[in-house]
Design a protein around this ligand. Structure first.
Ligand code: SAM
Ligand code: SF4
Length: 351
C-alpha cells in the first residue's frame, strides 16, 4: 500500500477555508468516476463470477438507499462526474428506482455528466422506461452467448429469452447499449463473430473482457482464461479493425469495426497495464471504498457516514482514502498463480 503524499494531496487545514478540494491521488490522477455496487446479491450465478452456494453480505451491514444517496452525493460534491450503479445485479435491489431518481437530480443541476448502470438484463423489461425517464442514457448489459443452452450453463439457471426481452425494452426506451462479453475458452470462443454481427445489426457497441482472478468460484480459472491478444489477432484476419481514440480512463481499448460501424472494446487487465490513466474508485453496498479493483486495501466510509449528519468526517475519510490509491493492480493468471489475486468476488465491487 502506498502512503506517498503528492503536493496535490488533500490537506484538512486548507480544506476548512476553501471550496471542496477535488479528488486527486498521489499519482496526480483526478478521480472523477465512482462505481457503486448497490447489492452483492444477484438472480444469476455466472460461473466465472460466483460460486453456486454464495454467502452474501449480512443484510444488516448493507447501507440503506438513503445512505447510498448521501454517500454518492458526497462524491459528486467532490467532483465525481460519472456514477455507475452495479452489483451483484443492481436491478434486484428493492426500490432501486428510488435511488436512481434521487441521483438523477445531479444530472439536472449539471453536477453529474452521466448516471449509468451495468446490468445482466433480466429485469430490464420492467425498468427500461423508468431508467430512461430518470435520466439514464446508456447502459452496459452483460451477455456472453446467444445460445440459450450455453446461457443456462454459464449463468447456472438464467433464461436467455428474458434477457433478450430486457435488451429489446432498453433499445425501445432509447437507451444506448453496450454489450459486455466475458471471453471463455472452450465456451463462447466460437461465438465471437456471431456476437459481433448481432451487435452490429442491433446498433450496440461490444466489449470483450478477460476473466479476472477474483474470489473463490470452485472452478479452474486457468481453464476459463482466454487472452484478448489471441482474440484480437484472430479477428483481424476477418474484420477490419482500426484503433479508436475513444477512452473512458478504464481498462478498455477501443477499435472501430468498419463492417458494422460499431465500436469494439477489449478489456485486458491481465495482458495490458491500464492503471496509469485510472480515474475511478469503487464503493461496496456496505460502504467500503476500494481504491483499486485488483488490491485488497479498502476504506470504511460507513462509520464516518453514520457518525454525524454533516459530511465533514465523511469528506475527510474520502480524501484520506484517495491519498492511498495504489499505483496499479497485481493480477496474474498462470499455473503458479491459480488462486484468486484478490479474495472478494467481482459482485462485491461490481467490476
Ligand atoms: N450483474 C451485473 C452484470 O452481470 O452485468 C453487474 C455486475 S457484474 C459483477 C459486472 C461485470 O463483471 C459483468 O460484465 C461480468 O461479466 C463481469 N465479471 C464478473 N466476474 C468476472 C470475472 N471474474 N472476470 C471478469 N469479468 C467478470
Ligand atoms: Fe450476477 Fe453479474 Fe455476477 Fe453474473 S456477472 S453472477 S449476472 S453479478
Amino acid at each position: 500500500m502506498s502512503t506517498v503524499l503528492s503536493e496535490n494531496a488533500y490537506n484538512p487545514d486548507r480544506a476548512a477555508t476553501s471550496a471542496p478540494a477535488p479528488l486527486i491521488d498521489p499519482f496526480a490522477r483526478l478521480i472523477s468516476y465512482l462505481r457503486v455496487s448497490v447489492t452483492d446479491r444477484c438472480d444469476l450465478r455466472c460461473v466465472y463470477c460466483m460460486a453456486e452456494d454464495m454467502t452474501f453480505l449480512p443484510k444488516a451491514e448493507v447501507l440503506s438507499l438513503e445512505e447510498l444517496d448521501r454517500l454518492c452525493s458526497a462524491f459528486v460534491d467532490l467532483g465525481v462526474r460519472k456514477l455507475r450503479l452495479t452489483g451483484g445485479e443492481p436491478l434486484v435491489r428493492k426500490n432501486i428506482m428510488w435511488l436512481v431518481r434521487r441521483l438523477g437530480r445531479h444530472l439536472n443541476t449539471g453536477a453529474l455528466d452521466e448516471l449509468t448502470l451495468t446490468s445482466n438484463g433480466t429485469q430490464l423489461a420492467r425498468y427500461a422506461d423508468e431508467l430512461a425517464d430518470a435520466g439514464v442514457r446508456r447502459i452496459n448489459i452483460s451477455l456472453d452467448t446467444l445460445d440459450s443452452n450455453k446461457f443456462k450453463a454459464i449463468t447456472r439457471w438464467g433464461n436467455l429469452e428474458q434477457v433478450l426481452d430486457g435488451i429489446a425494452a432498453a433499445r425501445k426506451a432509447g437507451l444506448a447499449i453496450k454489450i459486455n462479453t466475458v471471453a471463455l475458452r472452450g465456451v463462447n470462443d466460437d461465438e465471437i463473430d456471431r456476437l459481433i454481427s448481432w451487435c452490429g445489426e442491433c446498433g450496440f457497441d461490444l466489449t470483450f473482457i478477460e476473466v479476472m482472478p477474483m474470489g473463490e468460484i470452485g472452478d479452474q480459472r486457468l481453464d476459463q482464461y482466454l487472452p484478448m491478444s489471441m482474440i484480437r489477432s484472430d479477428l483481424a484476419k476477418r474484420w477490419k479493425l482500426t484503433e479508436s481514440d475513444h477512452t473512458t480512463g478504464g481498462p478498455a481499448r477501443y477499435f472501430n469495426l468498419e463492417e458494422t460501424g460499431q465500436r469494439l472494446g477489449f478489456i485486458t487487465p491481465l495482458t495490458h497495464n491500464f492503471c496509469e490513466s485510472c480515474n475511478r474508485v469503487r464503493l461496496t453496498c456496505t460502504g467500503n471504498l476500494f481504491m483499486c479493483l485488483g488490491q485488497d486495501d479498502a476504506a470504511d466510509l460507513r462509520a464516518p457516514l453514520r457518525a454525524s449528519d454533516d459530511n465533514a468526517l465523511l469528506t475527510e475519510a474520502i480524501h484520506e482514502a484517495i491519498n492511498r490509491k495504489p499505483k496499479g493492480h497485481d493480477f496474474v493468471i498462470d499455473r503458479r498463480h491459480n488462486a484468486p489475486a484478490v479474495g472478494r468476488h467481482m459482485s462485491v465491487t461490481g467490476g
